[in-house]
Write a protein that binds this ligand. Sequence first.
Ligand code: 5GP
Length: 233
Amino acid sequence: MAGILFIISAPSGSGKSTLVNQIRSLVDNLEFSVSYTTRPPRGSEEEGREYHFTTREKFEQMIRNNEFLEYAEVFGNYYGTARSSLTDAQAHGKDLLLDIDVQGAAQVRRKIPDAVGIFVMPPAPDILATRLRNRSRAEGGVTEEVIQRRLAEARQEIVNYREYSYILVNDILARAEEDLLAIVASERVHREGDNSIQDADRLLKLAESCRQENSGDRVYPVLKAFGLLDPEM
Ligand code: 5GP
C-alpha cells in the first residue's frame, strides 16, 4: 500500500521546525523529505539533515532534469522537494512528511490530491514578531525591516489556511505537538487500518478537533489578530 503523504506548512517563526523535529524523533515509519535549497546553512544546520544545500546553477539543472516533485522561490532562494523522496518512501512502505511552503503545498496537492495538509498558525502577530526577533538575535541579527516583511508574508500565508485539512494553533507547544501526533495516528487508523495505536479513541477525537472545519474557535481569534476577518463575520 502506498504510504500517506503529510504536508506541513507554516509562516516563518511559527515554531514549525520544533514540531517537525519532535515528530521526526517520535513517530516510526515516517520519512522526512530533506529538501534542496539554495539558501546557506543557518545555525547548527547540517547538510543532509535539515536540507541539501546547493547552488543556484545545480538547482536550475535539477529543474531542467525534472527532478522536483515541486519547487518554489521563498525569500529569494529556491526550495524544492526531490521526486526521489517520494519514490524512496513508497519503495520502503513508509509515510512521508514534507515541510514546504504554501506554494509548494498547492503544487503537491494538484499532483497528489489525497496528501494530508497540516497548517501551523502562530497565535498572534505580536507573538510571531517576538519569536522572529529572538531567532534573529540568536543568528546574529536581521533588520527590523526584515522582521516586518516576514510578518507581512506570514499574513499572506495564513490567508491560505483553508487549503489545509488540519490546523494547529501553536500557542502552547506541548499541545501542538500532541495534536500533530494525534493527526498522524488518526490518518493511519483511517487510511491504513492501523490497529496497533495505543489510546486510539482519545487520539481520534483530538485529531477531529484539529480538522479545519472544526477548528473555527481556535482559528478565528488568530485571523482577527492578523486583521484577516471579513468585517461581517
Ligand atoms: P527556512 O529557510 O526558514 O528553512 O524555510 C523557509 C520556507 O521554505 C519555509 O516555509 C519552509 O517550509 C519552506 N520550504 C522548505 N523546503 C521546501 C521545499 O522543498 N519546497 C517548498 N516549496 N518550500 C520549502
